[in-house]
Design a protein around this ligand. Structure first.
Ligand SMILES: Nc1ncnc2c1ncn2[C@@H]1O[C@H](COP(=O)(O)OP(=O)(O)O)[C@@H](O)[C@H]1O
Ligand SMILES: Nc1ccn([C@@H]2O[C@H](COP(=O)(O)OP(=O)(O)O)[C@@H](O)[C@H]2O)c(=O)n1
Length: 324
């Protein structure tokens, strides 16, 4: 009797823990518990039957009952042993999991990244502001305009048409973000050609994929272009839309070219910029427009430092929100 009572306790405790203590249950201990109960009932009911009715029952039935009862009697000792072994294995497994989880919690969390998205028309000051922000915050910077310029440059260098989507997509896929040479790509004519290849969806798809993964670099990235806040990084915590009057922008581009020793005509530049704005704003795929949640910054009468300080206030607020 002592053996049966101990065995009952051994099969009942894991069953109760499994039933009421575990969130994920496989029912293994329940199975063993009810098997034990079944064996117990078999032994005692067969014993009672044989004691009272053995003389009146057919021999075959009597020997079947005796075999069954004997089998239950022999195996009832195995059930608590299996339960004990399984419970020990389960305990070891749970202990391992707990140690592993604890180690994982001690591991550094994956680095966060923060994105500043800057859009705006040609020569509004996006690139200048983006570089200043990247430098101040230690973020990576990508002038996405250079990627479209790189595609245009490949086609121009090989005398290929600028409106062949197949060729342009091939050129876009070959763009290497680490090899964008601003000095070579910043030529005025390349900007004009870039806005032509930029209307092609296949080109945009290829370049946007690269830009999107660049934006995820920790600790943060500043991207400037035409569709950063709307398409490339729609979830960026800070979005800026930089504008300036066409005249101010043409003047800046003119001064820039002249100071680099190039020849330029203000009227022609103004005309080119206006045409490029119309093409960039009028295309169907990812047209230039401010994202709904972008902060507008008109730099017509604003110097570079003031523009940076306005952006800095917004970035600091967003960073403070991000860390709390
Ligand atoms: N707020 C500003 N005031 C005056 N000049 C500016 C301002 N922002 C940028 N610039 C000048 O305008 C030119 C074009 O700026 P850039 O940043 O290259 O424009 P974008 O990237 O929008 O084409 C550069 O020579 C730059 O120094
Ligand atoms: N994210 C971007 C960036 C540039 N572009 C195209 O690429 C051209 C050149 O971009 P850019 O930023 O180098 O031009 P600028 O503003 O420096 O003159 C633009 O006129 C757009 O047509 C784009 O479509 N999407």
């Amino acid at each position: 009797m002592f053996f049966l009572l101990t065995s009952f306790v051994v099969v009942a405790i894991p069953y109760v823990i499994e039933r009421f203590g575990l969130r994920v249950r496989f029912g293994l201990f329940a199975l063993l518990f009810w098997l034990f109960v079944f064996q117990f009932v078999l032994i005692f009911s067969i014993d009672a039957l044989l004691q009272n009715f053995a003389t009146s029952m057919p021999d075959l039935l009597e020997s079947m009952l005796t075999t069954l009862g004997g089998f239950a009697f022999v195996t009832i000792g195995i059930t608590p042993i299996i339960t004990l072994v399984l419970a020990a294995a389960y305990l070891l497994f749970a202990l391992g999991q707990w140690l592993f989880d604890r180690d994982e919690k001690d591991m550094p969390t994956p680095q966060r990244h923060f994105t500043v998205a800057i859009d705006g028309p040609a020569a509004s000051g996006k690139g200048t502001l983006a570089r200043r922000i990247a430098e101040a915050y230690g973020f990576h910077h990508l002038d996405t305009g250079l990627t479209y310029r790189a595609v245009a440059k490949v086609l121009m260098d090989q005398n290929m048409p600028l409106d062949d989507e197949f060729l342009a997509e091939k050129a876009a896929r070959s763009v290497d973000l680490t090899k964008l040479d601003r000095a070579v790509l910043s030529a005025h004519a390349v900007g004009e050609a870039a806005s032509k290849v930029a209307v092609m969806p296949a080109v945009r798809r290829a370049l946007v994929a690269m830009q999107h993964s660049f934006a995820e670099r920790p600790p943060g990235a500043v991207l400037d272009g035409r569709d950063i806040g709307t398409v490339v990084c729609p979830d960026a915590p800070v979005k800026l839309y930089i504008t300036a009057s066409p005249e101010a922008r043409a003047r800046r581009r003119y001064d820039e070219i002249r100071s680099n020793g190039g020849g330029a005509n203000y009227e022609e530049i103004l005309e080119d910029l206006t045409r490029r704005d119309a093409r960039d704003m009028g295309r169907t795929d990812s047209p230039l427009k401010p994202a709904a949640d972008a902060h507008l910054l008109d730099t017509t009468e604003m110097d570079i430092e003031t523009a940076f300080l306005s952006a800095k206030t917004l970035i600091d607020q967003a960073l403070a929100k991000n860390t709390h």
